[in-house]
Design a binder for this molecule. Structure first.
Ligand SMILES: Cc1cc2nc3c(=O)[nH]c(=O)nc-3n(C[C@H](O)[C@H](O)[C@H](O)COP(=O)(O)OP(=O)(O)OC[C@H]3O[C@@H](n4cnc5c(N)ncnc54)[C@H](O)[C@@H]3O)c2cc1C
Length: 322
């Protein structure tokens, strides 16, 4: 039997907390633009670029890490707003290749107050989305040492699953791999409710067209998917493992593939269930260690079983948030 630890990724030493909340860096917004497909999406998600040159964040941020944003002002109790984390959307080396311009992907939190149905606006996301070019922002970080590309990225294939702003780290990683002359296989599955909610869609299509080793698979969950001119049923990210089984199988069963999952908390469950249905034996165990009872009842898995009866191996990287 193949050891489940075969080909575990060797991760690089990542700089952490170069800027702490008591001594944040001051960055300057250099770009702030919508990154949904046109203006037809009901949500507002923006690609925000920030110049961190001359600060302790310059040159130290890696794709897959997050930065902290400290919004100005105070909360309802008169305390300074706490920081919120945002994943980097740029490659290691930043947007400029020199680590001076970093970026993130921010979704405006807009809702009604639960108690009184008045408009609820999330503090940090709306602050960042409102920020104009030239505006200063307080930053901390970088955070995270596990959700990274391996030290030698050429040793592996990659399967990335994103929902919503979970695309941020994968935009950075895909750019990093493809610009770095990577020749292996990289598959990105991007989930969104409607096609108009896909993020960085045109940029990713252009990368797909320019790089035959990059497979880009959108999965639309609330309307039919149009693939090569043909309409298909609605899909969640994990459904691509089934619908594209022929194309993905070689990569999935291969001993050097890594799986990364980023986005809305809970998305990992469906992916794990589909992996357990599509793979068996060593092919499955390189990603998931599940006990016999669990494997007999895959449809009834729930999130509480993850890390207990269903354990992802070190070949699976998770970054999910509410
Ligand atoms: C590792 C990590 C990476 C992340 N990366 C990203 C990213 O790349 N992009 C991104 O957009 N976000 C990201 N997030 C989420 C981000 O940190 C913030 O949580 C999010 O932007 C909301 O922050 P906010 O200040 O706008 O909202 P807040 O002001 O913090 O409001 C949200 C909170 O208010 C409460 N609330 C929500 N709705 C209501 C309501 N209707 N009535 C009353 N109370 C309500 C909830 O308790 C909720 O937690 C990430 C989080 C983590 C942990």
């Amino acid at each position: 039997m193949t050891s489940p630890t075969i080909n575990e990724p060797v991760l690089p030493e990542a700089t952490m907390h170069a800027c702490r909340p008591n001594e944040p860096a001051t960055g300057v917004v250099t770009k702030n633009e919508l990154c949904t497909a046109g203006r037809k999406s009901a949500g507002f998600v923006r690609h925000v670029e920030i110049d961190v040159s001359g600060t302790a964040l310059e040159g130290v941020c890696r794709s897959g890490q997050a930065i902290g944003i400290i919004p100005p002002g105070e909360d309802a109790r008169g305390r300074p707003h706490r920081l919120r984390l945002y994943s980097l959307a740029c490659p290691t080396g930043g947007e400029d290749g020199e680590g001076k311009i970093i970026s993130t992907t921010v979704k405006r939190t807009i809702d009604e107050h639960w108690e009184n149905h008045k408009l609820f606006l999330g503090v940090a996301s709306n602050y960042l989305c409102d920020a104009q070019e030239g505006e200063k922002v307080l930053l901390t970080g970088p955070n995270g040492k596990r959700f990274l590309l391996p030290e030698d990225p050429h040793q592996h294939d990659y399967m990335f699953f994103a929902t919503g702003t979970g695309i941020a780290p994968f935009r950075g990683m895909v750019l990093e791999l493809l610009r770095g002359g990577y020749k292996g296989n990289v598959t990105l599955v991007m989930g969104a409710p409607y096609a108009t909610d896909l993020l960085y869609h045109n940029e990713l299509l252009a990368l797909r067209d320019a790089h035959p080793n990059f497979r880009y698979l959108p999965a639309i969950s609330r309307e039919n998917n149009v693939i090569d001119g043909t309409s298909h049923d609605t899909m969640y990210v994990q459904d691509r493992i089934k619908t594209d089984a022929e194309a993905l199988r070689a990569q999935l069963v291969g001993e050097k593939n890594l799986i990364y999952v980023c986005g809305v908390a809970g998305m990992e469950l469906g992916i794990f269930q589909q992996l357990a249905k599509s793979l068996t034996g060593d092919s499955l165990e390189q990603y998931l260690q599940a006990d016999r009872e669990a494997l007999a009842d895959i449809d009834n898995w729930d999130r509480r079983m993850i890390h207990k009866q269903v354990k992802p191996t070190r070949r699976v990287m998770l970054e999910v948030y509410a």
